[in-house]
Design a protein around this ligand. Sequence first.
Ligand code: DOR
Ligand code: ZN
Length: 425
Amino acid sequence: MSSYLISNVSVVGAAPTDVLIRDGVVAAVGAGLDAPEATVVDGTGLVALPGLVDLHTHLREPGREDAETVESGSRAAALGGYTAVCAMANTSPVADTAGVVEQVWRLGREAGLVDVQPIGAVTVGLAGEHLAELGAMADSAARVRIFSDDGHCVADPRLMRRALEYVKAFDGIIAQHAEEPRLTEGAQMHEGEVSTRLGLTGWPAVAEEAIIARDVLLAEHVGSRLHVCHVSTAGSVEVLRHAKARGVRVTAEVTPHHLLLTDSRAETYDPVYKVNPPLRTATDIAALRAALVDGVIDVVATDHAPHAVEDKECEWAYARPGMLGLETALSIALDVLGPQWDLIAERMSRAPARIAGLEGHGVDPAPGVPANLTLVDPAARRTIEPAELASRSRNTPYARMTLPGRIVATFLRGEPTVLDGKAVL
Ligand code: DOR
Ligand code: ZN
C-alpha cells in the first residue's frame, strides 16, 4: 500500500501540521514529519476534514441507471469530499429484500470510491401496507441498520409503530420522510404567498410537522430510534427541540438546498427547483440554520436526487421532485456556516457516521485511525457547470453560481479517490 505525506495542512481548522498516511491509516500527525518514501501532497492553505458522510443519497441503481449508477454516484460523492454514503431504498426494484440491499452493497464495493451503505425499505414496495423483511436485511451482508420509505411517508401510525418496535431489537433506525399524504395531494410547492400568487397547489408546513410530532411520540412510546429526513420548516424545528428536551431518541437532517434556497425560485417555473419537501421561506431557512448551529438538527444530508433530462426538463407539474447535491454540499455548507470547521466536521461527518454506525468514518485524522479524509481549499471559488459534474444527471439548482470552497483530495482507507480535484479511478 502507498504512503502520502500531506504537508502543512490545517486539521479541522487548527494550526498547520503534517499528516502521514500509511497502510490505510493515519500513521502520524505533527509538524516536520519526514517520510522519504511517501508521495507529498502540499496541504498549504488546505483544511483536512474527516471524510464526509451522507445519510441520504439516491443512487438510482438498480432501475434508473440512466439517471445515476452506484459507480457514477460514488464518483460524485468522492469529488464532493465524501467517503461514505447511505443509499436510499426507492430503487426499481425497491431495496426491500436482502437480495437487493446486498446487490447495492456489492456494487458499492466494486466501484470502490466510497463506502456505500444501503438503507432498506420499511414497507414492501414502499407501498405503506406491509413491513418489509427488516430482519433479513439487517442480517444480510449489507448489515442494514437504517430503514426508510423515503420518497414516501410511512403514513399509517400502526405500521410506523410496528417498524419502530421491530428495529429496536438491533438498535436500528426508522428514517421518516415526514409528509402527511392527505395534506399534500396534488401539491407542487410550498403553501404560502408565492403558491397563492402562482396558482400552484401548496404543500403546507403542517403536513411535515404533524408527522414529526406523531413520530417523536411513537418513538418515545416504543423507546426506539427515529431519524427525520430533510427537515424543512421552522415548526418542525420546534417539535424536534421539544422532543429532544424530553429525551426522545430522535435525530434530524437538513439538506443544503433547504438551507439556501426559498420558494420564490418557483417563480421561474424552472422544475430544477421542484423538490420534496419543497423549498420554503426565508423564515424557515433562518430557523433551520439556527437549529443546525445549536444541534436540534444533527446533520447536513444531501438528498442527492438525480433525474434524467426527460423527467426534469418538462412542465413543472410533471417534473419529478429532487435535485443533485453531492458535488456541491460542502460549498453550500461553507457558504451558509462560514469556516466553522469543527461544526462542519460534526454535522457532515462525525454525526452522520455515528448515527449510521459506520465504523472508521467520521473520525478526525489522528494516529491509528483509518485514513478516511478530505482536503478542502476554502479560498477557492468555483462556478458550477452542470456538464462538468460527475453525476449522470444535470439537475443542479446551482448551475452557473459561483460557490466558495473546492475539494482538492479525498482519501478512502489511505488511497486517494480524488487528487488535484479530479477523480482518480
Ligand atoms: O425531492 C425528492 N426526491 N424528495 C424525495 O423524497 C425523493 C427524492 C427522489 O427520489 O427523487
Ligand atoms: Zn424524502
